[in-house]
Ligand binder design. Structure first.
Ligand code: ZN
Length: 296
């Protein structure tokens, strides 16, 4: 079916009290696995790629266009409502490349920017994007991050203030708003963040656009359900999916088969297909946590 506008998708989620996952992918196998999980769960879905841990030279030279085209084709063939997000672009210039590439939603990684730049560059992106009926996700506040050795860097984190959220949405006209409410990026260990559910409710009552929770990998199911009940309509997940994919790859490589079967065969021994099957399982599980199954 044709790609579905992100605001339409999130409006339904907000009205009905569930959340839609943005499941970050990085290649053809992972993108296909997310779409097939959504079809199996009969769930709306947001597919795409992100800039947060990517090579920006590669992204801007070809990556954004290649994956924009692939995502568009997959959305057309998808049997469930599908939106296409270029997530966490490095800056306005990189995000702008997503506008002509086939994505129907873009977001910049603005954490750490000063307020004036945040407002000015978001306004520029919204103006350019809305002319092409492309949605913009904005962000106020900053998430703490987990480093590769499992340490949490809280010094970069800043909770979203209600008044700032209101002013930001008012001035920029973004279509949805990512907030920092105790959620943490890149969690791979048993670390359990504490989500400030009350703060989500306060922000939801004060702003008119759907709210987004990044750091979906580390937020356990019970806290996730509370966050969605309090007003989260979109959840971003990346790290956890890469973890599942990596496990499938390792299992596949250890099986020691003929390389012609291991790579590119699309048969059960194909290591990427095996990894994609693990990713697919994890996405389906998360869709049931978000309550988006059966909502397509
Ligand atoms: Zn994120």
């Amino acid at each position: 079916m044709p790609k579905v506008p992100l605001p339409d998708m999130l409006a339904d989620a907000e009205k009905s009290g569930y959340a839609i996952g943005y499941f970050e992918a990085w290649d053809l196998y992972s993108l296909e696995a997310v779409v097939s999980a959504a079809e199996a769960e009969n769930s709306p879905v947001i597919i795409g790629i992100g800039g947060l841990s990517a090579n920006h030279e590669w992204l801007t030279s070809a990556g954004i266009d290649i994956y924009g085209s692939v995502c568009s084709l997959l959305a057309q063939r998808s049997r469930v409502p599908t939106a296409l997000l270029f997530n966490e672009a490095e800056d306005f210039t990189e995000a702008s490349r997503g506008l002509g590439a086939g994505f129907n939603a873009v977001m910049m990684h603005t954490q750490g920017w000063g307020w004036n730049r945040l407002i000015a560059d978001t306004c520029l992106l919204v103006e350019a994007a809305h002319k092409q009926e492309i949605a913009v996700e904005g962000e106020v506040g900053a998430l703490a991050e987990m480093s590769i050795d499992g340490e949490i860097d809280t010094t970069i984190g800043a909770m979203t203030e209600v008044a700032q959220a209101v002013q930001f949405v008012d001035e920029t006209k973004v279509d949805c708003l990512a907030i920092a409410v105790g959620n943490v990026h890149f969690v791979t260990s048993d670390y359990v963040p504490t989500i400030d559910v009350r703060r989500i409710e306060e922000i939801r009552d004060a702003v008119e656009v759907p709210l987004v929770l990044h750091g979906g990998s580390g937020t356990p199911a019970d806290q996730m359900r509370s966050a969605i009940g309090a007003g989260i309509s979109k959840v971003n997940v990346g790290t956890r999916l890469k973890h599942a994919f990596g496990q499938g790859l390792r299992d596949g490589l250890n099986s020691g088969q003929d390389p012609n079967l291991l790579f590119g065969s699309r048969l059960p021994d194909d290591v990427n297909s095996r990894a994609a099957a693990e990713l697919n399982k994890e996405v389906r599980r998360l869709m049931r946590v978000f309550g988006s199954e059966g909502r397509a």
